[in-house]
Every structure is written in C-alpha cells, then in structure tokens.
Design a protein around this ligand. Sequence first.
Ligand code: URA
Length: 441
Amino acid sequence: MRMYDLIAKKRNGESLTEAEINDMIKEYVAGNIPDYQMSAFLMAVYFRGMTEEETVAMTQAVAHSGDMVDLSGISGMKVDKHSTGGVGDKTSLVIGPIVAACGAKVAKMSGRGLGHTGGTIDKMESIPGMRTALTQEEFFNVVNKTGLSIVGQSGNLAPADKKLYALRDVTATVDSIPLIAVSIMSKKLAAGNDSILLDVKTGSGAFMKTVEDSIALAEEMVKIGENAGRRTAALITNMDIPLGNNIGNSLEVIEAVNTLKGNGPEDFTEVCVNLAGNMLFLAGAGEIEECIEKAKTAIADGSALERLVAMVDAQGGDADYIRDTEKFEKATHTFDVLAEKEGYIVSMNTESCGIASSMLGAGRITIDSEIDFTAGIIIHKKTGAKVVKGDVLATMYTTKPELFEAAVKRYHEAVVIGDEKPKEQPLIYARVTKDGVLYSY
Ligand code: URA
C-alpha cells in the first residue's frame, strides 16, 4: 500500500477497499504514515465523503486498533448509551440506574468534560470517595452486583481514534459526518455492549447545529452499529436550550438525584424516561411505550434511586451524599444574574451558557486543569419565559469571586430578551432505527 495512492483515490472521489482501509489504519497507528499524509486523506474525506462500506470498514479498523472489551463476564443484556455532548447533560446518572432497576445491565465507559460540555466522570468524582478507575474484575463485579457501573474509558480503547481525533482537531476536519460516525462508533463497538442507544444532540449547544445534520449522523451510526450485529437506535434531542436547570459538576449530581426522587425538572425528566425507555426496548424488555412506562415506574417506586445508591457505594463513594444531597459542599460565593429589561427569553446560546459555567471553574481550560466541583450555574428562567427587569435569570456559584465578571458578561450575551414569545421547541425531534426515521412515536 502506498499512502499517496490512497489519498489520490479519495481525492478523485473513488472508494477504498476494506483491505486498503485496514492497512492504512494499522500503518498509521504503527507510526509508518506521517500526520501530513493522514491530514491530506482526512481532508479528502471531508470533501468527498465515504460510502457506507468504507465507513463500516474504517469503524471496524479503528475499533480493532486496541482492546475489544469482552463483557461476557457480565450476565444479561448489556446496553450502552452515548450522547454527542451538551450542556447540563447529566442523563447517564439517571438513565443508568433506571435501566438497571428494570433488569438490563449498564456497563458504561464515560468521558471527562472538555470545552463547553461537561463529562459524567467529573460529575461522579464530585461525590466524595467515588472511584471511576476500576480494574476489569472490579467493573464486572459492580455491574453483576448492582446492575450498573460507570467508569472512565480504558487507556487502550480505539487508540487510532485518539490519534485521528487529535489530528482532525488541528486540521479543520472534525465536523465531517462520516468521520464523527467512525470516531464515536469505533469506541462504542470496542466497549463490547450488545446494544447501543445514541443521543444525538441538536442545536446551539451541540456539535450538530441542525436537525437534518443530526439525523444524517444518526442514520450513519445506526447503520454501522447494526452492521456490526449490535441493536442500535438514536434519539435526536434538543440542545438549543440547556437540559434541566443545573450546569456544573455537583450541581448536576444533585439535579440527577432529585430527578430520581421524582422532583426533577420536567424537560430533563422527559428526556431521561425516553432515553431509558429506548435502552430497555433495545435490551428486549418490551414494546417502546411499555418500556417508557417501566422507566417512569422505576422513578416513582424509588427502585432507580436505590440502584444509584448501590453503585456509588460499590465504587467507594459516600452514598449518604445521594440519600441527602444537602451534604454536598457548597460554593463559597454566589451571584444572581438579573434581567436587564422586560420581555420574553427568545433564545439562549447554549454553548455560551456552558462556557460561562466553565469560566466559573466547572470545566477545564486545558486537559490538566483542576475542576471546582462546586462551581456552576442554576438557571431560573429559560427560553420562552416572561421576565421583568431585575428578575433573577440564573444564580452563579464559584469559590473564586473574581471569576464572576467575565462569566456574567458571557451569560448576558447568551440570553436574548425580546418582545415576542418564541415558538415552543420539541424536546425530542425524531427516533432513528434501522427501519428509518420516526418523527413521533
Ligand atoms: N465525539 C467523538 O467521540 N468523536 C467525534 O468525532 C465527535 C464527537
């Protein structure tokens, strides 16, 4: 194989064979293909796209570039969920316990936050004592005992994706639908679950800004998953407004616990029961409506909350913090952001809301930054709300009051107040399965 020939082939709009793709990924991980040639190839894909066969082959090659996790040591149906990332997205902490309470197994690897989006692992680590790096044996034992475990991603999962992603990040080739599909699905296939639910976020706080692009990405990922013998589906969910009211690590854990106690915000609860219902459906627990009802019951009867308590306890965390969230350390400083005029909240730039929270210390500026677990924002007024001048739009939390000024400025820029009440947006736009796109179900 000559990398030059593969670049030229893709540049000319031709398709690569499975063997060519396998060789290319193997040689790239081995260090035999320089980054400048791989960059040229990625840019050719950016403009020419890839066929379904190429996308499937590249996903498999990237997945097999490292460990393929074997979850056969865990009994029962194992179902995974992946969110393409958003602001206030603490769904894993709610739907994992719901799905476990309903009888399926959740053996989940999650990530840390970077940029404007939070990460489940950081949120979990705001619970004192919580361990997120377990040995494989510990991970399996926790899932077999409690029905779920959430841990950090193992070091050798899809190493080709780590190299490719870093390269895409600096060569303006991140926002290519086939390359995103390969990147996400290679890690999901390597993680070893029987079925996969994809939560493809859409809107100002998401990677995909339009519903059309989100559906195209979802369709591509569902095809890859089904082709690999995993039951796969996707929900296209709204990220044009932050999800729930709390942004920031311990603030999001508190909101997740409140939701499991039946006191969560309506939008967040609705998205969680739909995601959990779809995971249960993929795990073979019944028809979709029945599975959504099961998810609601697991909240109402407290069984999902018990699963979260059990998982936290099994992973070394102090489960008293879940039983009584008043125990969480509070930020030393708070600041109310006030409406500067009367009107309706017409829109919220969700990415900027996430950045404002990050600026308070809830997120990382670089991969090594220290996180302030108490920092973040509680939103009191969201898109569509009527406000008068002086109303509290949001409360900010931090241990470093000098961070308020810039974060408040960013938040004000994000929240647009106008005269006309905006049209209500759907929380869930569509469901994508191997049978097609359903706009309501
Ligand atoms: N998330 C990923 O893991 N990869 C991408 O390319 C984009 C989002």
